[in-house]
Design a protein. Structure first.
Length: 494
């Protein structure tokens, strides 16, 4: 049975198809039609709802695309939809701001936009343009335009009396902590045919995976749910790893960052930023806020997509994956994990438990670039991640170049790497290495990019990495590089 709060009403669901999404639950079971379906694939944001969780005694607000969130994921949370915002006949200040600023025309995308602004307002005290753009990055409006919506975001912070959510917060905390008191219990949901388990501990999860090797693992569901909503499949058995504390942790020791496989991408960014700002910056362009708050590292790796954004970076950073079963634990280098198109070395009785990313060294230089047609909420045509180690004599002692979108799996450019290792880090070496990219990859042409474009952009990204690293070195007064204005490229004095 799952237990959660629907606004402030405790709810229990025992018998239902675990393939049901939160959107279907709202619209079909509860007749809450304030929450709209636009795409059923997580892209448009019309179905955005707010999830509230009790974290260290505080209520944390975030958004989720209800169309790609399985109903089992509601356990332990408060669910707030656009239908819950109005109090008596009074619009919520966020809704009123959208009306006053003319932020809605078709109205279909509006409930989702309101929920994204509502959750943002609960997370922050004052207007910030960058945060507002980020909060709205997964809400598509094709008619009003974003300016009036941004104006509404400014207005929503104007002083007004506390809303009902602030007034009820102590009561909400008590109700959520009552549910959390049962946190060691295994959560189950079933309609007789399809089953869902949400273990509370890693040990429970490992035993379930051992006993049900055909079960599909799920963390955020932002990939898996598409099999249900887009391919119309039915998943007979799911094991949801998102409740287990061990898989939600993030730690940094003297050697590495260790990220729990179920930890959301959004909640990992701050730690990653301290060590790999370029990686964190790319994660700011991973999907959109709703998906980043729900989707996990483990899901991105476990999905084994050739166009996943995180695996190429893990390849470049020489990360390892800790794979666990009930009887074993092994660390696998990322470049041994992917064996073919959507194939991995993961055994049916195993799960990805942690992702281990070595810390940068004094001589290492990391660059990460995402090429996609749109800035936000778009899948990469090419993802390039470079990690060079360059010694004090300007010699490349190590080069790891990870690419996505270039092959059937996330893959290193080993021929290009070999062309660089042992060479001076100069324009001439880069020129020579660029010719090797076509030896490493024969990419496909598809709707995102042609094969030629992918090769060309990969060569250009290698050039870009060189320029940026060289300029940074110049800023450090190493005086090894200069910009040749006639050729607008970086050259070495050597
Ligand atoms: C609108 C939209 C935009 C997106 N944009 C991007 C993007 O820009 N870049 C990108 O890379 N991806 C993108 N994605 C894909 C997706 O959000 C990511 O891959 C995300 O990281 C998946 O995490 P999850 O927890 O939701 O995975 P889930 O859907 O829960 O799982 C994905 C797969 O991994 C397996 N799995 C999950 N956890 C484990 C584990 N611990 N061990 C082994 N296997 C496991 C599952 O069985 C499943 O096959 C997008 C998705 C949507 C809907
Ligand atoms: S309906 Fe489009 S994101 Fe959910
Ligand atoms: S108000 Fe719906 S698309 Fe803009």
């Amino acid at each position: 049975m799952i237990r959660f709060l629907l606004n402030n009403q405790p709810q229990e669901i025992e018998h239902c198809d675990p393939n049901m999404t939160v959107l279907e639950y709202l619209r079909d079971e509860l007749n809450d039609t304030a929450t709209k379906e636009g795409c059923a694939s997580g892209d448009c944001g019309a179905c955005t709802v707010a999830f509230v969780e009790l974290v260290n005694g505080e209520l944390k607000y975030r958004t989720a695309n209800s169309c790609i969130t399985f109903v089992g994921n509601l356990h332990g949370k408060q669910l707030i939809t656009a239908a819950h915002l109005k109090e008596d006949q009074q619009l919520h200040p966020v809704q009123q701001a959208m009306v006053d600023q003319h932020g809605s025309q078709c109205g279909f995308c509006t409930p989702g936009i309101v929920m994204s602004l509502f959750a943002l307002e609960k997370r922050s005290d004052s207007y910030n343009r960058a945060d507002t753009l980020e909060a709205l990055s997964g809400n598509l409006c094709r008619c009003t335009g974003y300016r009036p919506i941004m104006d509404a975001a400014v207005q929503m912070y104007e002083p007004s009396a506390d809303d009902q959510f602030v007034r009820n917060q102590e009561h909400t905390k008590k109700q959520l902590s009552k549910i959390a008191n049962d946190s060691a219990e295994l959560i189950e949901l079933s309609n007789g045919n399809n089953h869902y388990y949400a273990p509370a501990t890693l040990q429970q999860a490992l035993e379930l995976v051992r006993d049900h090797p055909k079960a599909r693992l799920v963390c955020g569901g932002t990939d898996l749910a598409l099999e249900v909503t887009q391919q119309l499949k039915e998943i007979p058995l799911m094991i949801d790893l998102s409740r287990t504390a061990e898989l939600n942790s993030i730690t940094v020791d003297e050697q590495q960052i260790v990220i729990g496989a179920a930890r959301s991408i959004d909640s990992s960014v701050e730690t990653i930023k301290q060590h790999y700002p370029e990686f964190a910056e790319m994660l700011g362009r991973f999907a959109a806020k709703q998906v980043r708050q729900q989707g996990s590292f483990g899901g991105n790796v476990g999905n084994a997509s050739p166009i996943g954004d995180i695996p190429p970076v893990l390849l470049a950073l020489n990360a390892t994956l800790t794979l666990k079963s009930a009887s074993d634990c092994r660390d696998v280098p990322t470049d041994e994990f992917f064996t073919g198109y959507r194939q991995t070395v993961l055994q049916p009785n195993e799960l990805i438990a942690h992702i281990n990313i070595p810390l940068p060294t004094a001589n290492s230089h990391c660059k990460v670039y995402k090429i996609s047609k749109r800035q936000d909420d778009d899948i990469s045509a090419v993802l390039a991640a470079f990690n060079f180690t360059i010694d004090d004599n300007n010699i490349v002692t190590d080069a790891r170049l990870g690419f996505g979108g270039m092959a059937a799996t996330p893959k290193r450019a080993t021929a290009t790497e070999q062309a660089l290792i042992g060479q001076p880090f100069t324009q001439a070496s880069i020129d020579s290495a660029q010719t090797k990219i076509a030896d490493d990859f024969q990419p496909l042409s598809d709707m995102r990019a042609t094969s030629d474009y992918r090769l060309e952009v990969s060569r250009n990204l290698l050039q870009k990495a060189f320029v940026e690293i060289a300029l940074a070195a110049k800023g450090d007064n190493s005086n090894t590089f200069f910009v040749d204005a006639t050729q607008t490229r970086i050259c070495s004095h050597a």
